[in-house]
Design a protein around this ligand. Sequence first.
Ligand code: FNR
Length: 182
Amino acid sequence: SQYHIAVVVGSLRKDSYNRALAHALVSLAPPEFTFKYLEIGDLPLYNQDDDGNQAESVKRLKGEIAAAQGLLFVTPEYNRSIPGVLKNAIDHASRPYGQNAWAGKPAGVIGISIGTIGTAMAQQHLRNVLACLDVPTLGQPEAFLQMKDDMFDASGNIGEGSRAFLQKWIDRYTAWVKQHSA
Ligand code: FNR
């Protein structure tokens, strides 16, 4: 059978390393997996007053999450946490109360940064938020990546140095999503 994954990239930057990482990971996944990148850049700022009348962009986001068997979060670290745009998207799809679109969807958490801790604190913060939303997260392997010139090759694939490691990561993640769907 086919498995459909909703990908959430925590950066809106045009040349985002995290978006590049997401593309590279998707290309390493087995053929029975399909991926949809969720648009989070056009969401309004979350306002609880709008819970009864969610914007079209929010309804679209929630529909795309509902259609997915799994989630893949690929996010930068901003000031030792997740970017506000990502938290905004998470909050939107968690509401109104009792209609949390994220609940029960198995999620992979990964990221790449300029800094040496490779998004470790952002990932831990994200795991904390996801636990509250009843989203189980893949525990191991963890992946903390630092951007270096050889991280991606000219075609945007993972460079030699990290390819085997990230292949193992995506293999483990996809096997775990299958277990959840069984
Ligand atoms: C950063 N950056 C950063 N890096 C890091 O490792 N830890 C951090 O806490 C921060 N904090 C931070 C805050 C803000 C507001 C910005 C704009 C940047 C640097 C970050 O790793 C770098 O900008 C990446 O390129 C962001 O990921 P994308 O956009 O390339 O995917």
